[in-house]
Design a protein around this ligand. Sequence first.
Ligand code: NAD
Length: 422
Amino acid sequence: MSKNNKNNPYQNAMSQLTKTAKILKLDKAVLVKLQHPQRILKAKLTVKMDNGQTKKFDAYRVQYNNARGPFKGGIRYHKQVSMDEVKALSFWMTIKTAVVNIPMGGGKGGIIIDPHTLSQTELERLSRAYMKAFYKYLGPSQDVPAPDVYTTSQIMDWMADEYAKLTGKKQPGVITGKSIAAGGSLGRDTATADGGFYVLKAIANKLKLKPKQTRIIIQGFGNAGANFAQLAYKAGFKIVGLSDSKNAIYDPAGKGFNYNLVKSIKAKGDAVTVCKINDLKCQKLYHTTNEKLLEKDCDVLVLAALENQVTEKNAKRIKAKVIIELANGPVTPLADKILAEKNLVVAPDVLANAGGVTVSYFEWLQNIKKQKWSKAKVKSKLKPIMDKAFIQVWQTAKKYKTDLRTAAFILAVERLAKAMKK
Ligand code: NAD
Protein backbone atom coordinates (compact mmCIF):
# COMPACT_ATOMS: atom_id res chain seq x y z
CA MET A 1 0.00 0.00 0.00
CA SER A 2 1.50 3.34 -0.97
CA LYS A 3 2.01 5.62 2.00
CA ASN A 4 0.72 8.85 0.50
CA ASN A 5 -2.14 7.80 -1.70
CA LYS A 6 -4.98 10.10 -0.57
CA ASN A 7 -7.56 7.97 -2.33
CA ASN A 8 -6.47 4.57 -1.11
CA PRO A 9 -9.75 3.28 0.38
CA TYR A 10 -8.03 1.30 3.15
CA GLN A 11 -6.00 4.31 4.28
CA ASN A 12 -9.22 6.35 4.21
CA ALA A 13 -11.01 3.73 6.30
CA MET A 14 -8.16 3.62 8.84
CA SER A 15 -8.06 7.41 9.14
CA GLN A 16 -11.79 7.35 9.95
CA LEU A 17 -11.09 4.72 12.62
CA THR A 18 -8.20 6.69 14.13
CA LYS A 19 -10.35 9.81 14.40
CA THR A 20 -13.09 7.83 16.17
CA ALA A 21 -10.62 6.12 18.53
CA LYS A 22 -9.26 9.52 19.62
CA ILE A 23 -12.72 10.87 20.41
CA LEU A 24 -13.66 7.73 22.35
CA LYS A 25 -10.23 7.35 24.00
CA LEU A 26 -10.54 3.78 22.80
CA ASP A 27 -8.74 0.97 24.60
CA LYS A 28 -5.44 0.40 22.74
CA ALA A 29 -5.95 -3.37 22.45
CA VAL A 30 -9.38 -2.88 20.87
CA LEU A 31 -7.99 -0.28 18.43
CA VAL A 32 -5.15 -2.57 17.33
CA LYS A 33 -7.64 -5.40 16.71
CA LEU A 34 -9.86 -3.09 14.68
CA GLN A 35 -6.87 -1.97 12.61
CA HIS A 36 -6.35 -5.48 11.24
CA PRO A 37 -8.59 -8.01 9.51
CA GLN A 38 -8.95 -11.28 11.41
CA ARG A 39 -8.23 -13.34 8.30
CA ILE A 40 -7.11 -12.63 4.73
CA LEU A 41 -7.73 -15.33 2.13
CA LYS A 42 -6.19 -15.22 -1.35
CA ALA A 43 -6.37 -17.63 -4.26
CA LYS A 44 -5.44 -17.92 -7.91
CA LEU A 45 -8.51 -19.33 -9.61
CA THR A 46 -7.82 -21.53 -12.62
CA VAL A 47 -10.73 -21.41 -15.04
CA LYS A 48 -11.25 -23.28 -18.29
CA MET A 49 -12.29 -20.83 -21.02
CA ASP A 50 -14.68 -21.66 -23.86
CA ASN A 51 -11.78 -21.93 -26.33
CA GLY A 52 -10.27 -24.78 -24.28
CA GLN A 53 -7.43 -22.71 -22.79
CA THR A 54 -7.12 -22.04 -19.07
CA LYS A 55 -6.76 -18.63 -17.41
CA LYS A 56 -5.85 -17.60 -13.88
CA PHE A 57 -7.67 -14.94 -11.87
CA ASP A 58 -6.74 -13.33 -8.53
CA ALA A 59 -9.46 -13.76 -5.91
CA TYR A 60 -9.80 -12.49 -2.32
CA ARG A 61 -11.95 -12.92 0.76
CA VAL A 62 -11.23 -10.72 3.76
CA GLN A 63 -12.85 -11.68 7.08
CA TYR A 64 -12.49 -8.44 9.01
CA ASN A 65 -14.30 -8.89 12.29
CA ASN A 66 -16.86 -11.36 13.70
CA ALA A 67 -17.21 -10.08 17.29
CA ARG A 68 -20.89 -9.34 16.72
CA GLY A 69 -21.79 -12.31 14.46
CA PRO A 70 -20.75 -14.17 11.28
CA PHE A 71 -18.67 -12.21 8.76
CA LYS A 72 -21.00 -10.61 6.21
CA GLY A 73 -20.30 -8.82 2.93
CA GLY A 74 -20.48 -8.98 -0.83
CA ILE A 75 -18.20 -10.31 -3.57
CA ARG A 76 -17.18 -7.77 -6.23
CA TYR A 77 -16.18 -8.68 -9.81
CA HIS A 78 -14.27 -5.71 -11.23
CA LYS A 79 -10.99 -5.14 -13.04
CA GLN A 80 -9.97 -2.57 -10.39
CA VAL A 81 -10.47 -4.88 -7.40
CA SER A 82 -7.41 -4.78 -5.13
CA MET A 83 -6.54 -6.19 -1.73
CA ASP A 84 -6.70 -2.72 -0.17
CA GLU A 85 -10.13 -2.11 -1.64
CA VAL A 86 -11.45 -5.43 -0.32
CA LYS A 87 -9.94 -4.74 3.12
CA ALA A 88 -11.55 -1.29 3.24
CA LEU A 89 -14.93 -2.61 2.16
CA SER A 90 -14.78 -5.42 4.74
CA PHE A 91 -13.95 -2.88 7.47
CA TRP A 92 -16.87 -0.67 6.41
CA MET A 93 -19.14 -3.75 6.54
CA THR A 94 -18.01 -4.30 10.15
CA ILE A 95 -19.01 -0.72 10.97
CA LYS A 96 -22.24 -0.88 8.96
CA THR A 97 -23.66 -4.02 10.59
CA ALA A 98 -22.89 -2.43 13.97
CA VAL A 99 -24.58 0.89 13.05
CA VAL A 100 -27.87 -0.86 12.20
CA ASN A 101 -27.26 -3.23 15.12
CA ILE A 102 -27.81 -6.55 13.33
CA PRO A 103 -25.98 -9.61 14.73
CA MET A 104 -23.44 -9.85 11.93
CA GLY A 105 -19.78 -8.93 11.46
CA GLY A 106 -17.91 -7.64 8.42
CA GLY A 107 -16.27 -9.28 5.43
CA LYS A 108 -15.85 -8.73 1.71
CA GLY A 109 -14.57 -10.54 -1.36
CA GLY A 110 -13.55 -9.85 -4.90
CA ILE A 111 -12.10 -11.13 -8.14
CA ILE A 112 -9.96 -9.04 -10.50
CA ILE A 113 -11.99 -9.46 -13.67
CA ASP A 114 -14.12 -7.47 -16.07
CA PRO A 115 -17.09 -9.89 -16.08
CA HIS A 116 -18.41 -8.38 -19.32
CA THR A 117 -15.53 -10.10 -21.15
CA LEU A 118 -16.74 -13.59 -20.09
CA SER A 119 -19.45 -15.81 -21.53
CA GLN A 120 -22.15 -17.12 -19.17
CA THR A 121 -20.47 -20.53 -18.97
CA GLU A 122 -17.09 -18.95 -18.18
CA LEU A 123 -18.74 -16.76 -15.53
CA GLU A 124 -20.33 -19.85 -13.98
CA ARG A 125 -17.01 -21.74 -13.89
CA LEU A 126 -15.27 -18.70 -12.35
CA SER A 127 -17.96 -18.35 -9.66
CA ARG A 128 -17.86 -22.04 -8.80
CA ALA A 129 -14.04 -21.87 -8.65
CA TYR A 130 -14.31 -19.00 -6.13
CA MET A 131 -16.51 -21.15 -3.90
CA LYS A 132 -14.15 -24.15 -4.26
CA ALA A 133 -11.20 -21.99 -3.17
CA PHE A 134 -12.83 -20.56 -0.04
CA TYR A 135 -15.72 -22.84 1.00
CA LYS A 136 -13.96 -24.24 4.08
CA TYR A 137 -14.01 -20.74 5.58
CA LEU A 138 -17.62 -19.94 4.59
CA GLY A 139 -20.94 -21.11 6.05
CA PRO A 140 -24.18 -19.82 7.61
CA SER A 141 -22.58 -19.41 11.04
CA GLN A 142 -19.07 -18.50 9.76
CA ASP A 143 -19.08 -16.13 6.81
CA VAL A 144 -22.03 -15.23 4.59
CA PRO A 145 -21.17 -13.52 1.26
CA ALA A 146 -23.59 -11.62 -0.99
CA PRO A 147 -23.60 -9.73 -4.31
CA ASP A 148 -21.72 -6.48 -4.89
CA VAL A 149 -20.72 -4.54 -8.02
CA TYR A 150 -21.25 -6.73 -11.11
CA THR A 151 -22.29 -9.86 -9.22
CA THR A 152 -25.88 -11.04 -9.54
CA SER A 153 -28.44 -13.38 -7.99
CA GLN A 154 -27.52 -15.93 -10.69
CA ILE A 155 -23.90 -15.87 -9.48
CA MET A 156 -25.07 -16.30 -5.86
CA ASP A 157 -27.21 -19.28 -6.94
CA TRP A 158 -24.21 -20.96 -8.63
CA MET A 159 -22.11 -20.41 -5.52
CA ALA A 160 -24.82 -21.76 -3.15
CA ASP A 161 -25.17 -24.81 -5.40
CA GLU A 162 -21.38 -25.37 -5.46
CA TYR A 163 -21.27 -25.07 -1.66
CA ALA A 164 -24.01 -27.75 -1.38
CA LYS A 165 -22.02 -30.06 -3.70
CA LEU A 166 -18.76 -29.55 -1.79
CA THR A 167 -20.25 -30.02 1.68
CA GLY A 168 -22.86 -32.62 0.71
CA LYS A 169 -25.61 -30.54 2.32
CA LYS A 170 -27.99 -27.91 0.96
CA GLN A 171 -27.53 -24.78 3.07
CA PRO A 172 -29.02 -21.69 1.38
CA GLY A 173 -27.99 -19.59 4.41
CA VAL A 174 -24.35 -19.73 3.22
CA ILE A 175 -24.95 -16.82 0.85
CA THR A 176 -27.54 -14.06 0.39
CA GLY A 177 -28.82 -12.16 -2.63
CA LYS A 178 -29.96 -15.43 -4.24
CA SER A 179 -32.87 -15.63 -6.67
CA ILE A 180 -36.26 -16.03 -4.99
CA ALA A 181 -36.49 -19.62 -6.31
CA ALA A 182 -33.16 -20.50 -4.65
CA GLY A 183 -34.13 -19.01 -1.28
CA GLY A 184 -33.64 -15.27 -1.83
CA SER A 185 -35.71 -12.71 0.04
CA LEU A 186 -38.51 -10.66 -1.42
CA GLY A 187 -37.66 -6.98 -1.14
CA ARG A 188 -33.86 -7.44 -1.41
CA ASP A 189 -33.77 -5.82 -4.87
CA THR A 190 -34.99 -2.46 -3.57
CA ALA A 191 -33.63 -2.70 0.00
CA THR A 192 -30.61 -0.39 -0.42
CA ALA A 193 -32.73 2.29 -2.06
CA ASP A 194 -35.52 1.81 0.52
CA GLY A 195 -33.07 2.27 3.38
CA GLY A 196 -31.45 5.32 1.75
CA PHE A 197 -34.87 6.82 1.15
CA TYR A 198 -35.85 6.45 4.84
CA VAL A 199 -32.64 8.32 5.65
CA LEU A 200 -33.47 11.07 3.11
CA LYS A 201 -36.93 11.49 4.65
CA ALA A 202 -35.52 11.65 8.17
CA ILE A 203 -32.96 14.30 7.15
CA ALA A 204 -35.58 16.29 5.20
CA ASN A 205 -37.68 16.24 8.34
CA LYS A 206 -34.81 17.50 10.53
CA LEU A 207 -33.78 20.21 8.03
CA LYS A 208 -37.41 21.08 7.19
CA LEU A 209 -36.94 20.38 3.46
CA LYS A 210 -40.29 19.99 1.69
CA PRO A 211 -40.26 17.37 -1.12
CA LYS A 212 -41.74 19.69 -3.76
CA GLN A 213 -39.04 22.29 -3.12
CA THR A 214 -36.20 19.78 -2.84
CA ARG A 215 -34.08 19.24 -5.99
CA ILE A 216 -32.15 15.98 -6.15
CA ILE A 217 -29.22 14.90 -8.36
CA ILE A 218 -28.44 11.18 -8.51
CA GLN A 219 -25.06 9.87 -9.72
CA GLY A 220 -25.26 6.22 -10.82
CA PHE A 221 -28.36 4.57 -12.20
CA GLY A 222 -28.01 0.93 -11.21
CA ASN A 223 -29.77 -1.03 -8.49
CA ALA A 224 -29.23 1.59 -5.79
CA GLY A 225 -29.59 4.82 -7.81
CA ALA A 226 -32.47 3.91 -10.11
CA ASN A 227 -34.66 2.46 -7.36
CA PHE A 228 -33.94 5.50 -5.20
CA ALA A 229 -34.95 7.79 -8.10
CA GLN A 230 -38.32 6.09 -8.35
CA LEU A 231 -39.01 6.33 -4.63
CA ALA A 232 -37.99 10.00 -4.51
CA TYR A 233 -40.07 10.86 -7.60
CA LYS A 234 -43.16 9.15 -6.20
CA ALA A 235 -42.78 11.05 -2.92
CA GLY A 236 -42.81 14.36 -4.82
CA PHE A 237 -39.08 15.26 -4.75
CA LYS A 238 -37.73 16.98 -7.89
CA ILE A 239 -35.13 14.86 -9.68
CA VAL A 240 -33.09 17.43 -11.61
CA GLY A 241 -29.98 15.43 -12.48
CA LEU A 242 -29.09 11.82 -13.34
CA SER A 243 -26.05 9.95 -14.63
CA ASP A 244 -24.80 6.53 -15.55
CA SER A 245 -21.23 5.54 -16.43
CA LYS A 246 -21.47 7.19 -19.87
CA ASN A 247 -23.95 10.05 -19.67
CA ALA A 248 -25.26 12.77 -17.42
CA ILE A 249 -28.36 14.93 -17.76
CA TYR A 250 -29.38 18.00 -15.76
CA ASP A 251 -32.47 20.18 -15.78
CA PRO A 252 -31.29 23.70 -14.95
CA ALA A 253 -34.87 24.98 -14.72
CA GLY A 254 -35.22 22.87 -11.57
CA LYS A 255 -38.67 21.52 -12.51
CA GLY A 256 -37.50 17.94 -12.42
CA PHE A 257 -37.77 15.05 -14.85
CA ASN A 258 -41.14 13.48 -15.47
CA TYR A 259 -41.90 10.02 -14.19
CA ASN A 260 -42.04 8.37 -17.63
CA LEU A 261 -38.59 9.65 -18.42
CA VAL A 262 -37.19 8.40 -15.13
CA LYS A 263 -38.89 5.06 -15.64
CA SER A 264 -37.62 4.64 -19.17
CA ILE A 265 -34.07 5.58 -18.17
CA LYS A 266 -34.28 2.76 -15.66
CA ALA A 267 -35.51 0.35 -18.34
CA LYS A 268 -32.90 1.43 -20.92
CA GLY A 269 -30.06 2.16 -18.54
CA ASP A 270 -28.71 4.83 -20.90
CA ALA A 271 -29.57 8.48 -20.43
CA VAL A 272 -28.76 9.64 -23.96
CA THR A 273 -30.82 6.92 -25.67
CA VAL A 274 -33.71 7.90 -23.44
CA CYS A 275 -33.30 11.54 -24.38
CA LYS A 276 -33.44 10.60 -28.06
CA ILE A 277 -36.56 8.49 -27.54
CA ASN A 278 -38.21 11.25 -25.52
CA ASP A 279 -37.08 13.89 -27.98
CA LEU A 280 -39.69 16.53 -27.24
CA LYS A 281 -39.34 16.35 -23.50
CA CYS A 282 -35.57 16.21 -23.73
CA GLN A 283 -35.14 19.41 -25.64
CA LYS A 284 -35.40 21.06 -22.26
CA LEU A 285 -32.72 18.85 -20.82
CA TYR A 286 -29.11 19.81 -20.97
CA HIS A 287 -26.53 17.11 -21.33
CA THR A 288 -23.55 17.52 -19.08
CA THR A 289 -20.58 15.44 -17.94
CA ASN A 290 -20.49 13.10 -14.97
CA GLU A 291 -17.95 15.34 -13.26
CA LYS A 292 -19.85 18.57 -13.79
CA LEU A 293 -23.13 17.03 -12.71
CA LEU A 294 -21.89 16.71 -9.14
CA GLU A 295 -21.25 20.47 -8.98
CA LYS A 296 -24.63 21.57 -10.32
CA ASP A 297 -27.11 23.50 -8.24
CA CYS A 298 -29.35 21.19 -6.17
CA ASP A 299 -30.45 20.53 -2.59
CA VAL A 300 -29.58 16.83 -2.28
CA LEU A 301 -26.77 14.96 -4.06
CA VAL A 302 -27.14 11.18 -4.06
CA LEU A 303 -23.90 9.29 -4.81
CA ALA A 304 -24.81 5.82 -6.08
CA ALA A 305 -21.85 4.78 -8.26
CA LEU A 306 -18.28 4.32 -7.05
CA GLU A 307 -15.66 5.34 -4.46
CA ASN A 308 -13.77 8.67 -4.46
CA GLN A 309 -16.27 10.81 -6.36
CA VAL A 310 -16.12 13.84 -4.05
CA THR A 311 -12.50 14.58 -3.22
CA GLU A 312 -10.46 17.57 -2.03
CA LYS A 313 -10.43 18.65 -5.70
CA ASN A 314 -14.18 19.22 -6.20
CA ALA A 315 -15.59 19.41 -2.64
CA LYS A 316 -15.48 23.21 -2.55
CA ARG A 317 -17.65 23.43 -5.64
CA ILE A 318 -20.42 21.10 -4.41
CA LYS A 319 -23.61 23.16 -4.09
CA ALA A 320 -25.92 20.61 -2.45
CA LYS A 321 -26.96 21.03 1.19
CA VAL A 322 -27.15 17.29 1.77
CA ILE A 323 -25.22 14.28 0.39
CA ILE A 324 -26.66 10.77 0.63
CA GLU A 325 -23.98 8.09 0.15
CA LEU A 326 -25.63 5.04 -1.42
CA ALA A 327 -22.25 3.96 -2.83
CA ASN A 328 -19.45 2.84 -0.50
CA GLY A 329 -16.73 5.43 0.12
CA PRO A 330 -17.80 8.07 -2.46
CA VAL A 331 -16.56 10.99 -0.29
CA THR A 332 -12.89 10.99 0.78
CA PRO A 333 -11.79 12.08 4.30
CA LEU A 334 -10.15 15.24 2.90
CA ALA A 335 -13.40 16.14 1.15
CA ASP A 336 -15.33 15.42 4.35
CA LYS A 337 -13.38 18.19 6.12
CA ILE A 338 -14.18 20.72 3.40
CA LEU A 339 -17.86 19.74 3.34
CA ALA A 340 -18.11 20.02 7.13
CA GLU A 341 -16.71 23.59 6.94
CA LYS A 342 -19.52 24.36 4.48
CA ASN A 343 -22.06 22.88 6.96
CA LEU A 344 -23.09 20.32 4.39
CA VAL A 345 -24.85 17.29 5.90
CA VAL A 346 -23.40 13.96 4.69
CA ALA A 347 -25.49 10.84 5.38
CA PRO A 348 -22.60 8.33 5.45
CA ASP A 349 -22.54 5.04 3.52
CA VAL A 350 -22.42 2.97 6.72
CA LEU A 351 -25.90 4.31 7.51
CA ALA A 352 -27.41 5.39 4.17
CA ASN A 353 -26.83 2.14 2.24
CA ALA A 354 -27.28 -0.23 5.20
CA GLY A 355 -30.78 -1.25 4.01
CA GLY A 356 -29.07 -3.76 1.68
CA VAL A 357 -27.20 -5.68 4.35
CA THR A 358 -30.19 -5.50 6.70
CA VAL A 359 -32.42 -7.31 4.19
CA SER A 360 -29.54 -9.70 3.46
CA TYR A 361 -29.65 -10.50 7.17
CA PHE A 362 -33.42 -11.07 6.84
CA GLU A 363 -32.73 -13.49 3.96
CA TRP A 364 -30.21 -15.39 6.10
CA LEU A 365 -32.75 -15.52 8.97
CA GLN A 366 -35.49 -16.83 6.67
CA ASN A 367 -33.11 -19.54 5.35
CA ILE A 368 -32.05 -20.61 8.85
CA LYS A 369 -35.64 -20.67 10.14
CA LYS A 370 -36.99 -22.19 6.90
CA GLN A 371 -39.44 -19.29 6.49
CA LYS A 372 -40.63 -17.12 3.59
CA TRP A 373 -41.55 -13.55 4.43
CA SER A 374 -43.80 -11.37 2.28
CA LYS A 375 -42.41 -8.19 0.72
CA ALA A 376 -44.64 -6.18 3.06
CA LYS A 377 -43.18 -7.98 6.08
CA VAL A 378 -39.62 -7.33 4.90
CA LYS A 379 -40.34 -3.62 4.38
CA SER A 380 -42.14 -3.32 7.72
CA LYS A 381 -39.11 -4.82 9.49
CA LEU A 382 -36.57 -2.68 7.62
CA LYS A 383 -38.11 0.72 8.34
CA PRO A 384 -37.87 0.70 12.16
CA ILE A 385 -34.25 -0.55 12.00
CA MET A 386 -33.26 2.29 9.64
CA ASP A 387 -35.25 4.92 11.56
CA LYS A 388 -33.71 3.84 14.87
CA ALA A 389 -30.19 3.84 13.44
CA PHE A 390 -30.73 7.30 11.99
CA ILE A 391 -31.99 8.75 15.31
CA GLN A 392 -29.10 7.15 17.22
CA VAL A 393 -26.54 8.52 14.75
CA TRP A 394 -28.18 11.97 14.79
CA GLN A 395 -28.23 12.07 18.60
CA THR A 396 -24.62 10.87 18.81
CA ALA A 397 -23.60 13.68 16.42
CA LYS A 398 -25.32 16.22 18.69
CA LYS A 399 -23.74 14.72 21.83
CA TYR A 400 -20.19 14.76 20.42
CA LYS A 401 -20.72 17.93 18.33
CA THR A 402 -19.54 16.12 15.22
CA ASP A 403 -20.62 15.10 11.72
CA LEU A 404 -22.88 12.11 10.98
CA ARG A 405 -20.06 9.89 9.68
CA THR A 406 -17.98 10.29 12.82
CA ALA A 407 -21.14 9.80 14.89
CA ALA A 408 -21.95 6.55 13.04
CA PHE A 409 -18.38 5.33 13.65
CA ILE A 410 -18.59 6.26 17.35
CA LEU A 411 -21.84 4.31 17.74
CA ALA A 412 -20.45 1.29 15.86
CA VAL A 413 -17.03 1.22 17.54
CA GLU A 414 -18.66 1.42 20.99
CA ARG A 415 -20.82 -1.60 20.09
CA LEU A 416 -17.83 -3.46 18.64
CA ALA A 417 -15.63 -2.73 21.65
CA LYS A 418 -18.33 -4.06 23.97
CA ALA A 419 -18.68 -7.26 21.92
CA MET A 420 -14.89 -7.71 21.62
CA LYS A 421 -14.38 -7.36 25.37
CA LYS A 422 -16.95 -10.10 25.98
P1 NAD B 1 -24.92 -1.38 -10.28
O1 NAD B 1 -23.84 -2.14 -10.93
O2 NAD B 1 -26.32 -1.89 -10.32
O3 NAD B 1 -24.95 0.14 -10.84
C1 NAD B 1 -23.87 0.99 -10.84
C2 NAD B 1 -24.28 2.24 -11.65
O4 NAD B 1 -23.24 3.21 -11.57
C3 NAD B 1 -24.52 1.97 -13.12
O5 NAD B 1 -25.66 2.71 -13.53
C4 NAD B 1 -23.26 2.53 -13.79
O6 NAD B 1 -23.52 2.94 -15.11
C5 NAD B 1 -23.00 3.72 -12.87
N1 NAD B 1 -21.65 4.25 -12.92
C6 NAD B 1 -20.47 3.59 -12.94
N2 NAD B 1 -19.46 4.48 -12.99
C7 NAD B 1 -20.01 5.72 -12.98
C8 NAD B 1 -19.52 7.04 -13.01
N3 NAD B 1 -18.22 7.27 -13.05
N4 NAD B 1 -20.41 8.06 -13.00
C9 NAD B 1 -21.71 7.85 -12.95
N5 NAD B 1 -22.25 6.62 -12.92
C10 NAD B 1 -21.42 5.59 -12.94
O7 NAD B 1 -24.41 -1.19 -8.79
P2 NAD B 1 -25.28 -0.88 -7.49
O8 NAD B 1 -25.66 -2.18 -6.88
O9 NAD B 1 -26.34 0.13 -7.79
O10 NAD B 1 -24.14 -0.26 -6.58
C11 NAD B 1 -23.77 1.11 -6.67
C12 NAD B 1 -22.95 1.45 -5.43
O11 NAD B 1 -23.76 1.21 -4.28
C13 NAD B 1 -21.68 0.62 -5.24
O12 NAD B 1 -20.70 1.42 -4.64
C14 NAD B 1 -22.10 -0.46 -4.26
O13 NAD B 1 -21.00 -0.96 -3.49
C15 NAD B 1 -23.06 0.35 -3.41
N6 NAD B 1 -24.01 -0.49 -2.67
C16 NAD B 1 -24.94 -1.24 -3.34
C17 NAD B 1 -25.80 -2.04 -2.61
C18 NAD B 1 -26.85 -2.85 -3.29
O14 NAD B 1 -27.61 -3.52 -2.59
N7 NAD B 1 -26.98 -2.81 -4.58
C19 NAD B 1 -25.71 -2.09 -1.20
C20 NAD B 1 -24.76 -1.30 -0.56
C21 NAD B 1 -23.91 -0.51 -1.31
